[in-house]
Design a protein around this ligand. Structure first.
Ligand code: AMP
Ligand code: GLY
Length: 416
């Protein structure tokens, strides 16, 4: 089979690598791919940008299945375009992508289908939002821009002043342009987070191993939020009670999607907050998580291509993904300064990382030399019988991956 993977991050490198291990797969086009996918077997990087260009290429090359990494293409309707041309693709259509593309849409969906989520109000004009914040008695409060904001659209505001600043930035200064036309103001939930990726064909839904992401940039969950600085799986807080709560969230979501005629084939990501009062859904992402994917692909035993095939044929009933009975630890190597200002263009040296796997993200290639080009540069992933061992291995491997201004958290999988 010929497959195509769209995107250029660590997540896409991990998916392309995992697909390359399938005996069913002959060829993987990575659009545009990165220096990591370029080095994987069966993979070829192809530089295409628009949905039209990508679709025409898939038709010409008779690509069997396309996997879409980034949400932007999904929200822009790549799945609709592919399906119109009879091409198989993993991802939600434009309407379904609103589950991530609009916080107002997703919160209203959760409310309608009685999915536990933080209480909230929505506002489309600044004066009403300001009045509400001024009259609100309890803080912290969480302010969310409605539309896509490259993962930066959520503000946890500890004081009234912070909340007023946040609505000013989003609704008046329009730092996320039209994504800030509407906002959600919701209660702050205290707890431990879990990321659960599931695969669905619209009729069936199957959860993957629950992950724990580490969103903040510094040890001990301090500092600004990032795309994710490391992941461990299974999530140690995901006990059987949480699993039961989650099942309810998951099945209510599937039922809701069916009732709303939401057309979903692919991966749906549930961001869950585990609190003392039960588990609540924070958000949906209509894509795989980054770096959750890097961790999960490394311990998935099943053939990912077969799973994608089953999903596109609406044949997931009875499909049980298999996982290695191990713990996995993924540590992100970032550029010092990320998620704010950082320098780039430093050469990367990679020595033997043993049984660990390195997935590339923010790197580019200059005359055959790999140099840093982004905030999250790469992910180092290790697996072992215990999370402590997996973590130790990952940190040993990191010593063999070097570049100037290398920064990473040193507490991923430590003291669990
Ligand atoms: P979201 O994009 O909605 O997942 O928000 C990004 C991050 O903000 C989440 O992963 C949480 O860390 C945090 N967050 C979002 N909503 C809440 C909430 N209601 N209470 C506490 N933290 C939240
Ligand atoms: N790691 C969280 C995300 O991909 O949104």
């Amino acid at each position: 089979m010929k497959l195509m993977v769209i995107g250029n991050g660590g997540r896409e490198h991990a998916v392309a690598w995992k697909l390359s291990l399938s005996s069913k797969v002959d060829k993987i086009f990575c659009v545009p791919g990165n220096a990591g996918t370029k080095r994987e077997e069966k993979c070829e990087n192809i530089n295409l940008e628009t949905i039209e260009e990508i679709k025409n290429f898939a038709l010409k090359e008779k690509v069997d299945i396309t996997f879409v990494g980034p949400e932007k293409y999904l929200v822009d309707g790549i799945v609709d375009e592919f399906k119109k041309s009879g091409l198989k693709i993993i991802g939600p259509d434009k309407n379904a992508a609103k589950l991530e593309g609009s916080k107002v849409f997703s919160k209203d969906f959760m409310k309608k289908y009685e999915i536990p989520t933080a209480d909230y109000y929505e506002f489309s004009d600044f004066d009403s939002a300001k009045k509400y914040i001024n009259e609100r008695k309890t803080f912290p409060v969480v302010i969310k821009a409605d539309g896509l904001a490259a993962g930066k659209g959520v503000f946890i505001c500890n004081t009234k002043a912070d909340a007023l600043d946040a609505i000013d930035e989003v609704m008046i200064k329009k730092i996320f342009q039209d994504s800030g036309n509407r906002i959600i103001v919701e209660d702050f939930l205290q707890g431990k987070e879990a990321s659960v990726l599931c695969i669905t064909d619209g009729e069936n839904i199957i959860p993957f191993i629950p992950c724990k992401d580490h969103k903040q940039v510094y040890n001990g969950d301090k500092g600004p939020n990032t795309g994710g600085m490391g992941v461990i799986a299974p999530n140690p807080y995901f006990n059987p009670i949480v699993a039961k709560d989650f099942e309810e969230i998951m099945y209510k979501t599937l039922e809701g999607m069916k009732k709303e005629n939401i057309n979903y084939t692919g991966i749906i990501f549930f961001g869950v907050m585990i609190t003392e009062k039960g588990s609540y859904l924070l958000e949906y992402n209509v894509r795989m998580g980054d770096p959750e994917t890097q961790a999960l692909m490394f311990i998935m035993k099943s053939d990912l291509c077969e799973m994608f095939e089953a999903a596109t044929e609406k044949n997931l009933a009875g499909f049980m993904p298999e996982w290695e009975n191990l713990h996995v630890c993924c540590v992100i190597l970032a550029s010092q300064g990320y998620p704010l200002k950082f320098k780039k263009g430093f050469p990367v040296s990679l020595n033997n990382t043993g049984n660990s796997k390195v997935f590339f993200a923010g790197v580019s290639e200059n005359n055959g030399m790999i140099v840093t080009s982004g905030g999250r540069v790469m992910a180092v992933v290790s697996k072992a019988e215990t999370i402590q061992k997996a973590s130790k291995e990952a940190y040993l491997a990191i010593k063999n991956v070097n570049f100037e201004n290398k920064y990473f958290r040193t507490d991923i999988g430590v003291n669990i």
